[in-house]
Design a binder for this molecule. Structure first.
Ligand SMILES: [Zn+2]
Length: 321
């Protein structure tokens, strides 16, 4: 069987794709609003409906499908097939038997995986990590997720919790992170942290294009707006991305020393500004890593965009079958 469904359970949308796991090609896809405030039972029913609908849209029947992989934004118990903590969904989903419920509703064997581990698997199989035996992914968005491929295997660790690169500390006295720890990379270089650097520059009264582009409305300052200012040659905006890249580079330096990766892949929403981030990350690695041949470590942008997760988790389901 080579056709699987990959699903992305997002805070805003549910996405499902019919994926040929031998080629990584998405044959059909569909999405629905998650409507997470309706509770997990309603969301799981909507997911099951979406799967049956996308199978039908592809002109297939459930018998043609090898199984379902669901990429989940949070902490899972992979052995029990339960969600433990989904910070971006109301109710946080403690001990919800997602895997078995979807199986009961659809008859399709189902596997779960963290959403950024799903992206990691997708980029490794068919994207920016093809053919690389050891790599790390930093997914920069509302938070910072991560994933590791070690010796040609997606690294899981205890219950699939390995690879949380956004919660490695870059300053042990640093600010509080959403996870409860202090000084995590996520507190310095996530989308909101990048936006906050732009807001600070404007409120300090620095001369920057960011003020003009946001029309003096601080709420309009986003990582994309700061990237636009940087591409227009604005010095402050360029510094914001240089600093974010420096922070990511420090975390990546620790990964280099730990794992000896051949490639570091930058994914996630903020990766659209990878033209501004990659050089500062490379520069930091060269400055701060001396224990391994860091000049051979490639730092690249992800290639599959928002299809990486559904492709990766479909392949995960196929490899687990
Ligand atoms: Zn943290």
């Amino acid at each position: 069987m080579k056709i699987y469904i990959g699903c992305d359970l997002g805070g805003t949308n549910l996405r499902a794709a019919i994926v040929d796991v031998e080629t990584g090609v998405v044959l059909e896809q569909a999405k629905l609003p998650t409507l997470a405030h309706e509770g997990h039972d309603a969301v799981m029913r909507r997911m099951a409906d979406l799967f049956l609908r996308v199978i039908h849209a592809a002109g297939m029947s459930p018998a043609d499908i090898g199984g379902v992989g669901i990429g989940v934004p949070g902490v899972l118990d992979l052995e029990k097939g339960e969600t433990l903590f989904l910070p971006n969904l109301p109710g946080t989903w403690p001990h919800v038997p997602l895997r078995d419920t979807i199986f009961q509703l659809t008859g399709l064997p189902t596997w779960l995986l963290n959403d950024v581990r799903s992206i990691t698997n997708g980029e490794w199989r068919f994207g920016a990590g093809r053919g690389v035996d050891t790599l790390a992914v930093f997914a920069i968005g509302t938070g910072i997720g991560g994933g590791l491929i070690i010796n040609n295997q997606l690294h899981l660790g205890i219950g699939g919790t390995g690879g949380e690169l956004g919660h490695t500390m870059i300053d042990f006295n640093g600010p509080r992170c959403g996870c409860g720890n202090y000084g995590c990379l996520e507190a310095y270089a996530s989308g909101p942290a990048i936006a906050a650097m732009g807001i600070k520059a404007v409120t300090q009264g620095l001369t920057t294009r960011i003020s003009d582009l946001c029309e003096h409305d601080l709420n309009r300052i986003t990582p994309e707006l700061i990237a636009t200012a940087a591409r227009q040659g604005d010095e402050i905006a360029t510094e914001v991305y240089a600093l974010a890249g420096y922070y990511i580079g420090i975390a990546a330096a620790n990964v280099c020393a730990s794992l000896g990766p051949r490639r570091i892949i930058i994914a996630g929403g903020v990766a659209q500004a990878s033209d501004l981030l990659l050089e500062p990350i490379r520069r930091t690695l060269l400055q701060r890593v001396h224990i391994m041949p860091v000049e051979t470590v490639e730092v690249v942008a992800a290639e599959l965009g928002d299809a990486a997760g559904v492709i990766g988790v479909a392949c995960w389901a196929a490899s687990a079958t």
